[in-house]
Design a protein around this ligand. Structure first.
Ligand code: IDC
Length: 351
């Protein structure tokens, strides 16, 4: 199979840097295979992920927790996703997962599907090279009804899954934050998109956003049990929960605690500040969430790995124009705090 893929790539003579012309389904010449992941790296050790009960398990069937960072929108902050910053994320931060945040609206995917799909392909290879999981985030936000983008989502995920199905480090996040939409509509969207992914890649982990900006409806005043009682009809999936600690207090924490005992939950986005991604950090409340997530082995990803001016962007403004990302010198307070928590020694049982 690997040989066939290389042959296909070589046969595609019209290869431009990072862009394949006329052979969209063939593997690019620079594809990084799972076997090439650095020995001992998080994705090499844990391999193909599986949902086990309400937890996440590695290739040995052992419960694990993944921790990592989300990019900012790749339409705005691609300058923060480069060799030096990704090296820092993998080697200095010791992140297990890179969330690749591709907005759909806001000058994102819908403005140029080919360009954004190719960017995601490239970032997946970069994460793979460094032995991190690549969490592909379909960052729908406004409009909040994911059904608005279903045909785009099917096309995008079909190509991503087809190209990367032989990797063991891909995680598909099919709806960032459904909002102003009912759970039944989100469920219906998920049941249309997941089979498209499964037809290409039968075994990878798929994450499903929940209504109320991925709060299981709590932000909308809905009962989170709605999801628990009406689960998406699919295997090997987890539901996502998001929070911003300065705005989302103990009631949100209690929702996370309760639903994560009932269904598999992955925290694909959170901030230590306000829901705007800005304003003062509440590290006390944030630590309560971290303690809960660590004790229950809930995987988490923090927002965001950029030098945007807001307090939740980990780097000081201007950092991404340079090439120095490791250590704490370039970090804002939220960055210093979250780097410490991403770096915590991993506990990845292999037997
Ligand atoms: C914010 C970005 C900001 C951007 C805004 C609108 O930090 O630069 O202008 O989106 O696109 C979310 C969303 C995430 C938000 C983040 C902070 O998933 O896109 O990023 N947030 O507001 N949900 C809750 C908070």
């Amino acid at each position: 199979m690997a040989k066939l893929r290389i042959a296909l790539a070589l046969a595609a003579t019209l290869v431009l840097p990072g862009v394949l012309v006329g052979a969209a389904q063939a593997a690019p010449a620079d594809e990084v295979t799972a076997a090439a992941m650095p020995a001992g790296s998080p994705a090499a050790v844990n391999g193909q992920l599986r949902v086990c009960g309400v937890k996440l398990c590695n290739q040995y069937g052992k419960v694990i927790q993944l921790r990592g960072m989300s990019t900012h929108g790749i339409q705005w902050y691609s300058k923060c996703i480069k060799t030096a910053s990704l090296d820092a994320l993998a080697d200095d931060w010791k992140a297990d997962v890179l969330r690749i945040s591709m907005y759909i609206q806001d000058d994102g995917y819908e403005s140029n599907p080919r360009k954004f799909t190719d960017m995601v392909h490239g970032y997946i290879e970069e994460a793979t090279k460094r032995g991190m999981y690549a969490l592909v985030d379909w960052h729908q936000l406004d409009p909040g009804d994911p059904n608005h983008n279903t045909s785009h989502a099917k096309k995008f995920f079909k190509e991503i899954a087809n190209r990367h199905k032989n990797k063991t480090n891909i995680i598909y996040d099919i709806a960032n934050e459904p909002n102003e939409v009912s759970w039944s509509r989100v469920k219906s969207y998920a049941e249309q998109v997941i089979p498209v992914i499964r037809a290409e890649d039968s075994d990878s982990l798929v994450l499903v956003g929940t209504h109320g900006w991925s709060t299981f409806g709590h932000s909308d005043g809905k009962d989170p049990q709605e999801v628990v009682k009406n689960k998406v009809s699919a295997q090997n999936i987890m539901y996502t929960f998001h929070f911003y600690a300065a705005d989302h207090g103990s009631d949100y924490l209690n929702v996370l605690s309760k639903v994560s005992d009932q269904v598999p939950v992955f925290v694909t986005e959170f901030g230590t500040q306000e829901a705007s991604g800005d304003g003062p950090n509440d590290f006390t409340q944030s630590q309560k969430y971290i303690d809960l997530m660590n004790s229950k082995k809930i995987s988490w990803v923090n927002w965001n790995f950029s030098d945007d001016k807001r307090s939740g962007a980990v780097f000081k403004q201007g950092t991404c124009s340079g090439s120095s990302f490791a250590g704490t010198g370039k970090l804002k307070p939220a960055g210093v705090w979250i780097r410490d928590r991403v770096r915590t020694a991993d506990d990845f049982p292999t037997s």
